[in-house]
Design a protein around this ligand. Structure first.
Ligand SMILES: [Zn+2]
Length: 431
């Protein structure tokens, strides 16, 4: 299933030099006596899944922060994570990369406070963009110094990054980052030039905070001794305030974008801001359902993100696609499995600006491929996308740059028992 292009039965993919050289009926492929042949048997080959927004460092928070409306949840999350050590976040990131790989993800965009995703994803053989988070309402010299230190940390992380990992920056959100610090990030010669992500217009509580300076999100931020950031220009709403402050950088990956109207969508499209749709987290935190059909219709690029187990699932894009289908149905739309699979592949690749390299099985693109074993009796002929997304079908193998990184459901690179043992110990400390 190339995602871009028709389904090929009895198909094959010819890989050479880390790229897809040809795709078609196996018997129609060009002569390839010089390359080894792997027969995947009864399997569906799809593009490696692409997670446009997740947090690897919070992999061990599942079940520890109760579901609640967003503002209350964030307060509980901040308190619950205050004493999680860097070592435990590193163990979490390594475990998360393993889980993502086993779930069929070959590329992910991670946001985290420490940048542990750089080696976690790289060691697993994944392709990744790691957005290092910055927080604060700093102004003037303090803002400039914070941005300089963040740029140095980013360069140090970049030194550790393998060939498949890029390092970027994330001003966390408009309620945790003030307009002056955000502007300094954009103006910085290092940070302003790299991949960027932020949480944008996620919850009604965020809108209440920015428009009126009240609500549970204000209380949550004050409860940890800080003040919420304020964006006085533009408004009402979140996107127009960011726009008025010049904060909508081209290529920005805006996670969530639930609280947006048509005017906001037009601004996002104008500034080439792309949206990572995180329906599971949105549902759990009572944020509402992002209007992705409207965003798409107005020219906004939309992909799929799993966020983190602190608020949602566990780095499983096929599960997230099912949440996306439910959200679409709740909004009166008709969920189509092929469109949900496209969100999790080429859609997310476009969000990350990587669609010329990945996201579909097309000659010339990187050989990032996943093999899915259909469940017994699966209606493969009728709706192969639905079969791919069905949890009874299994991810059995994955390749990145033509390198097999998952074989029979197991990582070919990682010491899985050691990673699981470290994560188990870390989880016990966190609990
Ligand atoms: Zn997030």
């Amino acid at each position: 299933m190339p995602v871009e292009g028709p389904v090929v039965r009895d198909g094959g993919v010819l890989l050479r030099g880390g790229l897809i050289e040809a795709i078609g009926r196996e018997r129609d492929l060009p002569p390839c006596d010089d390359v080894p042949v792997t027969d995947m048997g009864d399997a569906i080959l799809v593009p490696g899944l692409v997670d446009s927004h997740c947090h690897l460092e919070w992999a061990l928070m599942g079940g520890l922060v109760p579901d609640a409306r967003f503002g209350e949840w964030l307060g509980a999350f901040v308190h619950r994570t205050a004493n999680v050590t860097p070592a435990d976040r590193q163990a979490a990131a390594r475990y998360a990369a393993l889980v993502a790989l086993r779930s069929g993800t070959t590329t992910l965009a991670d946001s985290g406070p420490s940048g542990f995703g750089v080696t976690a994803a790289g060691d697993a053989g994944l392709r990744a963009v790691v957005h290092m988070e910055v927080f604060g309402r700093d102004t003037g010299t303090e803002a400039r110094e914070k941005v300089t230190r963040h740029g140095e940390a980013l360069l140090a992380a970049r030194d550790q990054a393998g060939p498949r990992v890029r390092v970027g920056v994330s001003p966390h959100s408009p309620y945790t980052v003030g307009p002056e610090l955000w502007a300094q990030v954009l103006a910085d010669p290092i940070l302003g030039d790299c991949a960027m992500a932020a949480h944008v217009a996620e919850s009604p509580d965020e809108v209440m905070l920015l428009d009126d300076g009240i609500g549970p999100l204000v209380d949550a931020i004050r409860s940890v001794g800080r003040d919420p950031a304020r964006w006085p220009g533009g408004g009402p709403g979140v996107v127009s305030r960011l726009e008025a402050a010049g904060a909508l950088a081209p290529g920005l990956v805006a996670a969530h974008c639930v609280q947006v109207d048509e005017g906001d969508a037009a601004m996002l499209a104008d500034h080439d801001v792309r949206v990572a749709h995180c329906p599971h987290s949105n549902s759990r935190l009572e944020c509402g359902d992002a209007p992705i059909e409207m965003l798409d219709a107005l020219g906004v690029v939309v992909g799929l993100g799993t966020d983190s187990p602190a608020s949602a699932g566990a780095y499983d894009l096929r599960d997230e696609a099912r949440w996306a289908a439910e959200a679409t149905a709740r909004r009166g739309g008709r969920p189509v499995a092929a469109e949900m699979l496209a969100l999790a592949t080429i859609g997310s690749a476009r969000v990350l600006g990587m669609d010329s390299e990945i996201g579909s099985l097309v000659p010339g693109k990187r050989a990032d491929i996943v093999a899915i074993r259909p469940f017994e009796g699966a209606p493969v002929e009728a709706d192969p996308s639905l079969v791919v997304l069905d949890p009874r079908s299994q991810v059995v193998a994955a390749w990145v740059d033509g390198e097999q990184v998952l074989d029979a459901g197991a990582s070919t690179r990682l010491d899985t028992p050691a990673i699981v043992a470290d994560a188990t110990e870390a989880r016990q400390r966190i609990m």
